[in-house]
Design a protein around this ligand. Sequence first.
Ligand SMILES: Cc1cc2nc3c(=O)[nH]c(=O)nc-3n(C[C@H](O)[C@H](O)[C@H](O)COP(=O)(O)OP(=O)(O)OC[C@H]3O[C@@H](n4cnc5c(N)ncnc54)[C@H](O)[C@@H]3O)c2cc1C
Length: 493
Amino acid sequence: MSPDRRTLLCAGLGATAALASPIGPLTTPARGAAPERPPINGDVSGDADARAAVSADFGRIVRAQPQMVVRPKSSADIAKVMQWAASRKLKVAARGHGHSIYGRPLAEDGVVIDMTSIDAIADSGPDMTTVGATGQTGRTRIVAGAGATWSDILDAALARGLTPPVLTNYLGLTVGGTIAIGGIGASSSRYGLQTDNVLELQVATCDGRELTCSPTRNADLFDAARAGLGQCGIITRATLYLVRAPERVRRWQLYYPDLASLTSDQQRVLSEGRFDQLQGAVLPDGNGGWRYQLDGAIFYDGDPPDQNAAVVGLSDIRSAAQIVDLSYREDAHAFAKIEALRRSRGHWSNPQPWLFTFLPTSSAEQVAQEIIGKLTGDDIGPFGRITFYPLRSEAFRSPLVRMPEETTAFVFNVVRIPASDDASRIERMIADNRAIYERIRDAGGVLYPVSALPMSPDDWQRHFGPAWPRLRDAKRRYDPNNLLTPGYNVIQA
Ligand SMILES: Cc1cc2nc3c(=O)[nH]c(=O)nc-3n(C[C@H](O)[C@H](O)[C@H](O)COP(=O)(O)OP(=O)(O)OC[C@H]3O[C@@H](n4cnc5c(N)ncnc54)[C@H](O)[C@@H]3O)c2cc1C
């Protein structure tokens, strides 16, 4: 989908006007004939409400209305729909829970496949191979439909005392939706991205095939499906590694007077491996300034770790430190409280022009300081934050994941949660995101593709850099007509 075919809600065309725009019910039928529909067992709907429900995503910035919404009963249904759509040159997008920010799961005039019906989870026996993030043997795996959420998977794994090594902060995301992008979480320094912890995928392609892929089978598709922005196939099933779950988590939130002291301590605790999870943020203080936060956690069973040993020698404002003890499950679901608060204040349903990036460690503090210096609390919103913390990028091994060319990098996310849906303001924030992205790119940083900013095919080619030929070649092989996941605008229409 070229950007001009999508409606930018912030460009003055409000949701109501876009929803009211008349689009035919299904693919144009011959006079008197029933509307055409793909031959599947699942549901196919051309109903205005069904189409409207999938014509925007969580970001509420871009709108594009499909001709039909498919709710498949099986992966075979998905493959059939894709073949059917390909023979008609219709665009196709898979949709998890639509938590994208900038129209990525939309398909103007095309077919949206609602993956949430493909959510079965099955246990699998122990995996005795040594492939995987940690090279451990004897780990266990789980097989999940791509529409299952990470919350579903965590529940199933915890019932066996296990957990996925990397959980996203928000567990309402789908397996297929994060594997298509990367899937970063607080344990990524140790285990990489969720894409690094996949043993095998089943992928449906535009020619109607369902292919099993892994490092040793259809490896080109395996590499293109993981963090390939849904360009080469629709993931229908994933076999994922699990590791032993700790019983409990002790979490330290430390506060600093400035970015320099935060950055210095973050690097220190990362290099010393003090915490099992390390994150951090720059938060609006409500008085026009910022609070600088380090957030570290240690897993434990039995007695908790000493509360002073983990923070000895750090330069935080110790009187402001907060320590909490939670069960592993409570900790994994901690974001639900933030979600409830944002919902109760109405901020959850405003447009969300987020920008997610990685900065090289060598310039992270300087570039972040420069960007933060130009932002105000209003640019972020009272519940927004600038996520800022270092991680070991060595753990990131999926070929299409881009990281700065250093062994460690800093996550730098501008999580804007505006207090209003004022269109001109949102438009300014998106333009600002683009300017910030260019500054970061010039400094050797890279985009994490969950971001609200216009990206051209040339931008994507530059983003993927040396990995571009791998994605381009797989795209030619598995989606030669460029029909899949048009919302990214990766290939010129
Ligand atoms: C509140 C919130 C918190 C978040 N926290 C994190 C976080 O901690 N870490 C992180 O990495 N990300 C995070 N994200 C971003 C998240 O990874 C993306 O929004 C992603 O889109 C997943 O959401 P989803 O499963 O609803 O997928 P969707 O938004 O529905 O889809 C995402 C993209 O993947 C494609 N897609 C979906 N399913 C498939 C499939 N089965 N096969 C192929 N392509 C598919 C879609 O077409 C679309 O392009 C967060 C987002 C939100 C809104």
